[in-house]
Ligand binder design. Sequence first.
Ligand SMILES: [Zn+2]
Length: 376
Amino acid sequence: MRKKIIAWVLATCLCIGISGCSMLPFGPTSGVGTSSSTNSNENASENSSQSSFEEVIEEGGMSIHFLELGNWYTGDCTFIKVGDVDILIDAGSRYDSAGTIVPYISELCTDGVLEYVIATHAHQDHIAGFVGNSVYPGIFDSFVCETIIDYARTNSTSKVRESYESLRDKEVKNGATHYTALDCWYEVNGAKRSYQLAEGITMNILYQKFYENKASEENNYSVCLLFSEGDNHYLFTGDLEKTGEASLLTNNLPKCKLYKAGHHGSKTSSTDLLLEVIQPEIVCVCCCCGSAEYTSTVANMFPTQDFVNRVAPYTDKVYVTSITSTNAQKFESMNGNIVVSWNGKEMEVNCTNNNIIFKDTEWFQKNRTMPEAWKN
Ligand SMILES: [Zn+2]
C-alpha cells in the first residue's frame, strides 16, 4: 500500500509539473497552505504572510495544520511539520476521512515517514482515519509511523478502537515504537517526557490524572501535549474535559500563543481555570460548525456559546475548520485547513478558504451572542 501512495504522490508531482501550476495541487477545500481569502479585511500584510508561510516550510521551520476531514462529522486531525520531522495528532473523523487527510499530509511529508504519531483517545472522531477503509487506506497503511504515543486507558469496546489497536500493533511488529502517555510521563520502557524535534523546538507530554485513574468519560483519557518553539508555546488537549483540565494545571503551564480548543469548542472544556493560565492568543477549533450531530440546541453546537464567552476575554483570533452546509449532513469549508506558524516576529494564520475570524462570520452573527469583549 505504501508503494501505491508513493506512486500517487509521484503522479501528483508529475501532474503539477505538466500543468505548470503552483506547488498546490488540491482544490479549495483540501489545498496545502493556499490563502484564498475573501475577507474584506485582507490587507497587504496578510498577503505577504502567505509567502512567509511557504518560507517557513522551505526553511525547515515549524508549521501546524488543522485539517478538514472531508465530511460533516466533527473530529480532529492536526499535522505538524518541523523541518523533516512530521507529527500527526489524531486522524478523525470517520474511516473515509483518510481520503482527505492522507493526500494533504503526503504533499508535505514527502519521505512517507511520520516520525511521531499521537492518538489522543479512543473515539472514532480521533482515530478512524488511522484505520481507513477499502477505498481510502488509513494512516497506518499509507505512512511509516516511527513512534506512536497514545492513550494509557480506555473504556471503549468499539470496533474502531479494536481496528486502530490491531493496525497499531501491526505497525509495531513492522518496527514502530509504541508508548502510552503514561509511559512517557514516567519515562519507562524508553519513553520520554520531552522530545527534541529541532534546535529549540520540543514536544512535551503533559501529565493529567486520567492517564492512571478511571474516568467516566472517555474524553478525559486524552493525551495532552505542549509544543515549545523558543519562547512560544502551543497546547493540545484532545477532548479533555473539565476535571481533566483541572488536573492538567499541575504542569505549571505557560502562556500559550496557540491553543487547539479542547473538545471541539464544547461547553465542558476550555474552562476559566485553564484559560486564565494559558491566556491563548490564537484558538483553533476543529469541528463542523453548527452541525446537529450531537445536539439540536443551537447554543451547544460546536463551537458553543459558553466556549465563546470564556475565550473572548483573551482573544478574538478564533478559527474554525468546517461548517455545516444548508443541506443537512453536508459540509463546507469555514476557514478550511488552518495553518499556523511563527515568522520570527509574530504568529501567522493562513487558511485554505479564508482568514475570517469566527466573530466576523455570518454564522456567528446569526447564531451567537457577541460577548462584551468582542464588541467593537
Ligand atoms: Zn472529539
